[in-house]
Design a protein around this ligand. Structure first.
Ligand code: PXP
Length: 246
């Protein structure tokens, strides 16, 4: 059965809309753990638009190597992130491409065009005993290149399937998982998965982890509204001039 890892960047995105302290993604992570999540995933971006250094440091102290919850750090293959990864030692590093203007990660990492750089980069991470995954489009040549640079895992980009959940896109994801495993890679999948399209991906044999964020956080917000409104209403009722003078 694939493990479910929740991407909590989306909680931090709401916090950053006010540049305040709530909602705190660390509290979100703790609640997800109480609910039975298998892993917590964060993307520390160069521009720190959602998750910040404080979040990552706190998570690494909660989800230390003794924890049964997998801590995945998504990051660009830069020198700054290399130093951060070595400092916090997450259970898994997922290398992703990063563009400042994008709303979210738009595509898989182009491994073929930077094979030499990435080979050295992965060797460096491996010397610190860190495991590395590559977020990759469902494309056999890129998956093969990921194997050649020494990746431990690939995470197959399910965005194209999520945008167009047709037989062909599903088949591309299935074949990529099978191909990755045949090359000796461990295989994950994620991006754009939601309550309507995940069932077809969950049925694919051989997926280690599913990394899902936006749809879970969106649902959590909506199913939490009733309780949140009731709690605020109670404060107003209890403190109304009528209640105080009674
Ligand atoms: N996997 C990777 C590599 C990602 O960059 C993201 C988005 O942060 C996800 C999975 C989760 O995608 P979504 O938020 O669409 O579920």
């Amino acid at each position: 059965m694939p493990k479910l890892c929740i991407n909590i960047d989306h909680i931090a995105t709401i916090r950053e809309a006010r540049k305040g302290i709530e909602p705190d993604p660390i509290i979100g992570a703790k609640l997800a753990i109480e609910a039975g999540i298998d892993g917590i995933t964060v993307h520390l971006r160069e521009d720190r638009r959602h998750i910040n250094d404080r979040d990552v440091l706190l998570l690494s102290s909660i989800l230390n190597p003794q924890s049964s919850i997998l801590f995945t750090l998504e990051m660009a293959a830069t020198e700054e992130m290399l130093a951060m990864a070595k400092k916090i030692k997450p259970g898994l590093i997922t290398l992703v491409p990063e563009k400042r203007q994008e709303l979210t990660t738009e595509g898989g990492l182009d491994v073929i065009s930077q094979q030499k750089y990435l080979t050295n980069y992965l060797q460096n991470l491996h010397t610190s005993n860190l495991q590395v995954s590559i977020f990759i489009n469902p494309n056999k040549k890129q998956i093969q290149a990921a194997k050649e640079i020494g990746a431990d895992y690939v995470e197959i980009h399910t965005g194209p399937y999520a945008e167009n959940p047709c037989k062909e896109e599903l088949q591309r994801v299935k074949e990529s998982i099978t191909f990755g495993r045949s090359m000796g890679l461990l295989t994950n999948a994620g991006h754009g998965l939601n309550y309507e399209n995940t069932y077809q991906i969950a049925q694919i044999p051989g997926i280690e982890q599913l990394h899902i964020g936006h749809s879970i956080i969106s649902k959590a917000m909506l199913i939490g509204i009733k309780e949140a409104v009731q709690e605020m209403k109670e404060i107003i009722i209890k403190n109304s001039p009528q209640a105080i003078s009674a």
